[in-house]
Design a protein around this ligand. Structure first.
Ligand code: F6P
Length: 319
């Protein structure tokens, strides 16, 4: 292994830059050359590739987004796209590739590995929707952003004795809602993985009101449904004034937390080590405080389970 490539792909996540910095610096420290690939797989098939050195990744550990930029590349889902990717990597003498992204990006990495390019996946997505790892890079920053927003909304919600529905991202995964709901002291958390009834939600709101609560925070995961319809239904059943806040892309940007920077640095370093050891088609994950690697196909086929203990805890804390 003489030269490795690195790209960021799919929805960006805070901490991707920290991971990139670690990949580049550790690779150079170990005597490898590094090629940066802009705009994910789109840039790969277009040959948008440049030489990276130690300074290319200076002053980025604290920055959100990704300096390599990202893309969702439909062409790379087809055989033709993979074939072109392999051709370009060979043309640029890239012997191994580090892919920083979520499950869709890992699928591309797996297919490149199958086509003969050793590839390692670093989980980078705010959604925390990869079953095999405790955390993905970006999740911690996103939930901290949401918790700050919940605090602000709670202030105005209390002043006006309103209920607030706060919609957060996560696709079909409820982790952002669950974790930030617990940390933000939400009264109700609604996630796609767990059934709910309007009657339960409304009963809780009325009970809270009866014991003198002046606000109520409902954390709604985007995968469940439309927040304005929820607001309408709850208002009609309870008579309580309900407002909606959609946090949206605010939760995808911002300076990464220390946790995300450290996790990203560990992943970046491990990815380079694995390529040097001749490994391919591996996904990196974290369990407890340890970083581990496993087969990327197995990693993306594992089904994510909701942490029911955490959900029950949230329920008990919000009586
Ligand atoms: O996967 C990250 C994520 O932010 C999801 O939470 C969200 O549903 C999606 O990306 C939004 O994607 P896009 O940036 O393509 O609008």
């Amino acid at each position: 292994m003489k030269r490795i490539g690195v790209l960021t792909s799919g929805g960006d996540a805070p901490g991707m830059n920290a991971a990139l910095r670690a990949v580049v610096r550790v690779a150079i420290y170990k005597g490898l050359k590094v090629s940066g690939i802009r705009r994910g797989y789109q840039g790969l098939i277009e040959g948008d590739i440049f030489e990276m050195d130690v300074s290319s990744v200076g002053d980025i550990i604290q920055r959100g987004g990704t300096i390599l930029q990202s893309a969702r590349c439909l062409e790379f889902k087809k055989d033709e796209g993979i074939k072109r990717g392999v051709e370009v990597l060979k043309m640029f003498n890239i012997d191994g590739l580090v892919v920083i992204g979520g499950d869709g990006s890992f699928m591309g990495a797996k297919r490149l590995s199958d086509a003969g390019i050793p590839t390692i996946g670093i989980p980078g997505t705010i959604d925390n929707d990869l079953a095999y790892t405790d955390y993905t890079v970006g999740f911690d920053t996103a939930i901290n952003t949401v918790v700050n927003a919940v605090g602000n909304i709670r202030d105005t919600s209390s002043s006006h004795q309103r209920a607030s529905i706060i919609e957060v991202m996560g696709r079909s995964c409820g982790d952002i809602a669950l974790y930030s709901g617990i940390a933000g002291g939400a009264e109700t958390i609604i996630v796609p993985e767990i059934d709910f009834t309007y009657d339960d939600i409304c009963k809780k709101l009325i009970q809270g009101q009866n014991r003198g609560k002046v606000h109520s925070i409902i954390l709604l995961a985007e995968g469940v449904g439309k927040p304005y319809e929820f607001a309408e239904a709850i208002k009609n059943k309870t008579g309580i004034d309900v407002r909606v806040s959609v946090i949206g892309y605010l939760q995808r940007g911002g300076s990464p937390t220390a946790f995300d920077r450290i996790l990203a640095s560990k992943f970046g370093s491990k990815a380079v080590e694995l390529l040097i050891e001749g490994k391919k088609s591996r996904a990196l994950g974290t369990n407890g405080n340890k970083v581990f690697d496993m087969d990327i196909t197995e990693a993306i086929t594992m089904k994510k389970e909701m942490d029911h203990c955490m959900y029950d805890l949230a329920d008990m804390l919000s009586i």
